[in-house]
Design a protein around this ligand. Structure first.
Ligand code: AR6
Length: 179
């Protein structure tokens, strides 16, 4: 599914984010940037050991929840990996919505700073961190729509959803935003 917002577009696809050819691949990391399972494990595996070496060297103190940091992308077909740290879902009363929005907005800010025109996101926080997928879709897509409307870049924002459930949740929200 593709929806245009002025010169920019949001695309939804089902697939594996490590296979994307874009300027930036976003990782759903933890605040220690220690690596892990899920999309983080898949990205480190596909990118190779230089990703962790660079991350440790540049960001020994990790990255706060709701923020993101940039490294190069190792063997991935991308210029950069942005390691974004989403919130752990704790019922919705612990600032989770703001922190998730801020993880996305930091990545979109970094993309502009690094002059990157295409970026692929996973559904941050919706796996191990248990953020409900419908609520995550709402926050992720409205934050992205607002920022691309404001800055007119990056021109391609692709959400790579892992399976039909997450894809459906994102598609329902994007259909409403397209109206
Ligand atoms: N491509 C696209 N999406 C994927 C892929 C993939 N290859 N693999 C999984 N997903 P998660 P989180 C989806 O758990 O919730 C890690 O251990 C997955 O189905 O990867 O932010 C980190 O080190 C889900 O929809 O990230 C942290 O400790 C989404 O990606 C912690 O998990 C996010 O799931 C972060 O948890």
């Amino acid at each position: 599914m593709v929806v245009h917002f002025g010169p920019c577009r949001i695309e939804l696809i089902q697939g594996d984010i490590t296979q994307q050819e874009v300027d930036v691949i976003v990782n759903a990391a933890n605040s220690k940037l220690a690596g892990g399972g899920g999309v983080d494990g898949a990205i480190h595996q596909a990118a190779g050991p230089t990703l962790m070496q660079e991350t440790r060297m540049l960001y020994p103190d990790g990255c706060p929840t709701g923020s993101a940091v940039a490294t190069t992308a190792g063997r991935l077909n991308a210029k950069y990996v942005f390691h974004a740290v989403g919130p752990i879902w704790a019922g919705g009363e612990r600032n989770e919505k703001k922190l998730l929005a801020s993880a996305y907005s930091t990545c979109l800010d970094l993309a502009r700073e690094h002059r990157c025109d295409s970026i692929a996101f996973p559904a941050i926080s919706t796996g191990v961190y248990a953020y409900p997928i419908d609520l995550a879709a709402e926050v992720s897509l409205t934050t992205t729509r607002d920022l691309i409307n404001q800055h007119k870049t990056p021109t391609l924002v692709r959400f790579v959803l892992f399976g039909p459930g997450p894809y459906g949740a994102f598609a329902r929200v994007l259909e409403v935003l397209a109206e």
